[in-house]
Design a binder for this molecule. Sequence first.
Ligand code: SAH
Ligand code: MG
Length: 219
Amino acid sequence: MTDDEGQVIDPFLLSCARAAKGFMPDDEGAALYRAGLRAARGGLGPLLEVGTYCGKSAIYLGAAARSGGSVLFTVDHHRGSEENQAGWEHHDPTLVDSRTGRMDTLPTFRRTMEEARLEDVVVAVVGDSPAIAAHWATPLSLLFIDGGHGEEPAWADYHGWTPHLAVGGLLAIHDVFEDPAQGGRPPWELFTRARSSGGFEEEPGCGSLRVLRRVGPGQ
Ligand code: SAH
Ligand code: MG
């Protein structure tokens, strides 16, 4: 296998990712795939995503896991973040369980993975992210933080999950905007905290997707 092999996502998976519901622009998805591939090939452990939603980013990372011989764990309670609830900007009424009136993205996610034929490399972990992080024990080659974007959930993900990232592993954070006019503060604050901690070095990202490599114990 040459270094270039696998650098571009499989066209079938790309078309599935583009068609999936969610919040991942094509160019950022391609950068996420490349980061996932670097991590998967490094062999330090599985990839883990916080914030599955309907599986759009999980296709990019699942594709990388498959090419690099790894697996992706994707964590979500599937009840939506604050910003996904009725009356908020990112609400999709087709994702509401009519029996209870609550959000439920799990059925859509399962269909997305089935159609993309990624069920063998993408493992859904369904529950509250900090509760799962508190009991997690496997070192990760890549941690992708894209869960709740409020102050409290974002920091809970950072503090709960970054200790599980192997030295040499990649921390990817989504929706990182330096300019407050472009988006909420917490992802930017997590990113700058990691970057100035001494434990991480920045790697190529794309747009609001920022990527850091763990080089030491700082977090
Ligand atoms: N990565 C997705 C988007 C994720 S949206 C994509 O590519 O489209 C953020 C997700 O985080 C939502 O699905 C929400 O249910 C989940 N989430 C928010 N807070 C959570 C928590 N405490 N535990 C588990 N999941 C959470
Ligand atoms: Mg996002």
